[in-house]
Design a binder for this molecule. Structure first.
Ligand code: URA
Length: 266
């Protein structure tokens, strides 16, 4: 490839959000697959092999690290302690490619908490959730119901930016989930709003599409905390599909109605 093509390709990568390399060696994803090896001649049936020790160890390690994450998160008595534990947590591979941790931001006593999918490039740079274009639109959405960002609490399902803004894998999401749950328990909001289909599917444990799910009250629960939760459209989607803003506006009005009701007695 000559220099010109290289530069164009790099510019195109940057425009679509690919701004870091995730491997040292290039892979030709368009190359024809390697031919299948010839089938081995049939052999007499052998007794089933015992499970390979390496696999057993990997499964145990994954379960152990999930337990460890749950115990570490549960032990945090404050948001500051939780942030410190998450900063020291090595159980999610996203930490290795992100610039920094993007912990939740806002009023620790907020009545409403918004949860997105994962930090993007600007969030990764600033270490704060929803500070890029999606964040600016989110702030305008809040303003439509008279809410300042500083009166809310905003977090993400995963607190590190996935390379190139890809969707977090189920393993990455599962590794970080105890920390999100604990964050919600510590803020203890009256209302949780899931921003977009990915956050809604994870938090509301459903496979329903966002266009069906949005605007409906569901329950978000951890073993020690329960609250009302609703999904709405992600601001990044609304930036691409501005005609759908009217649906998000309806959802915001439903959230406002819930917040206008007096908080339930303790
Ligand atoms: N999109 C998200 O889901 N979260 C952010 O923090 C920014 C963009």
């Amino acid at each position: 490839m000559d220099d010109m093509v290289d530069r164009d390709l790099l510019r195109w990568y940057a425009d679509v959000g690919v701004d870091c390399a995730i491997d040292e060696t290039p892979h030709d994803r368009f190359a024809a697959p390697a031919p299948e090896p010839a089938p081995e001649p049939a052999r007499p049936a052998a007794p089933a092999p015992a499970p390979a020790p390496a696999q057993v160890t990997t499964a145990a390690t994954t379960a152990d690290s999930a337990d460890a994450a749950r115990d570490t998160a549960a032990a945090a008595a404050t948001l500051e302690a939780l942030r410190a534990s998450l900063d020291a947590f090595e159980g999610c591979a996203l930490k290795r490619t992100a610039t920094q941790l993007v912990f939740g931001d806002g009023d620790p006593d907020a009545r409403v908490m918004f949860v997105g999918e994962a930090p993007g490039r600007e969030e990764d740079r600033q270490g704060l959730p929803f500070v890029g274009r999606s964040g600016q639109l989110l702030e305008r959405m809040l303003a439509t119901i008279g809410l300042e960002r500083s009166a809310t609490y905003i977090a993400n399902v995963v607190p590190w930016r996935p390379p190139g803004n890809r969707t977090p894998t189920p393993q990455e999401t599962a590794a970080c989930r105890p920390f999100l749950d604990r964050q919600i328990e510590l803020v203890a909001p009256e209302v949780v709003v899931c921003l977009g289909g990915a956050a809604a599917k994870e938090m509301l444990a459903t496979s329903e599409g966002i266009l069906r799910l949005r605007g409906q009250w569901r329950t978000f629960a951890t073993p020690t905390f329960e609250t009302r939760a609703m999904a709405t459209l992600h601001p990044a989607y609304l930036l691409r599909q501005p005609a759908q803003k009217r649906l998000a506006w309806r959802d915001m009005l439903t959230v406002k109605e819930a917040l206008d009701r007096p908080p339930p007695k303790a």
